[in-house]
Design a protein around this ligand. Structure first.
Ligand SMILES: Nc1ncnc2c1ncn2[C@@H]1O[C@H](COP(=O)(O)OP(=O)(O)OP(=O)(O)O)[C@@H](O)[C@H]1O
Length: 260
């Protein structure tokens, strides 16, 4: 079924139950439970939560790497069960912490990966790759022909962002993309992301366990705990929440500013 999309993404009572190991009684536990929320077109939604709270599972439900055992995930008016999953993933840029650049391809070839899968001409791919490298602050004449091993971690993340943007997807999924960077480089790459987002206006879902990052980059913050979404508020309102889990994150900001 296809319907007019009011939101870029919508979860309707989504649960993902893990299968119990074979040979054990039926049961299993839920990796995420009863998630219902929307991601608005053009917003940055930061999903914040402790390790194991279900953030990555939620992201993988968005691009069909996982399918719900109950409920539906709607992407641009169609459920992930109905989407052709390859077509769906090509319409979404995906950036992960361990960026997964292909080591035997040059930087330009890595950036041009999805366009080449989509059958763009060589000239158009090169033009797009060079343009994006310039946009993410990597002058193509210096970086295009390097291999990933010849880059620093921060440069690799920039290539990852360029690669995710290459086929001009409407939606970007970012799974702790900046977590492995030193604090100064992380701040710089976050600034680059904010600058790009101001002009590109993508729909972005960003996973982080860092409240500072969620406050800086998110228009709204969704807080996850044990597979559930316990709050979804504007970034400003998050600091006023009295939910105990939200208060744990708020304290890290307040104590950080006292001591650091
Ligand atoms: N392949 C899997 N099979 C079964 N359970 C899994 C699998 N992957 C993750 N889980 C479980 O699902 C829950 C949610 O994991 P998830 O990776 O979504 O959390 P997360 O919030 O992204 O954590 P982190 O910040 O550490 O990456 C955890 O309890 C985890 O142990």
């Amino acid at each position: 079924m296809v319907r007019a999309a009011a939101a870029a993404l919508e979860f309707q009572q989504v649960t993902l139950q893990t299968r119990p190991p074979t040979g054990t009684p039926a049961g299993g536990s839920a990796r995420v439970k009863n998630l219902s929320f929307q991601v608005r077109t053009g917003e940055v939604l930061a999903l914040l939560g402790r390790s194991g709270s279900g953030k990555t599972t939620t992201l993988k439900l968005m691009n069909g790497l996982l399918l719900p055992t109950q409920g539906q995930v709607w992407v641009q008016g169609q459920t992930t069960q109905d989407w052709d999953l390859i077509a769906l993933r090509r319409r979404m840029g995906y950036v992960i912490q361990e960026i997964g650049l292909l080591p035997h391809l040059t930087v330009a070839q890595n950036v041009g990966l999805v366009p080449s899968l989509l059958g763009w001409t060589a000239g158009k791919i090169q033009h797009r790759a060079y343009d994006l490298l310039a946009q993410v602050g990597l002058p193509p004449e210096e970086f295009a022909q390097r291999y990933p091993v010849q880059l620093s971690g921060g440069q690799r993340q920039r290539v990852g962002v360029a690669r995710a943007l290459a086929a001009n997807p409407d939606i970007l999924l970012l799974d702790e993309p900046f977590a492995a960077l030193d604090p100064v480089t992380r701040f710089e790459v976050q600034t680059l992301f904010l600058d790009l987002q101001r002009s590109l206006q993508k729909t972005v879902v960003l996973i982080t366990h860092d409240i500072q990052e969620a406050l800086r980059l998110g228009d709204r913050i969704g807080l996850m705990q044990q597979g559930t979404l316990v709050s979804l508020t504007s970034a400003q309102a998050f600091m006023q929440l009295d939910h105990p889990e939200a208060q744990c994150f708020q304290r890290t900001v307040m104590e950080g500013s006292v001591h650091g």
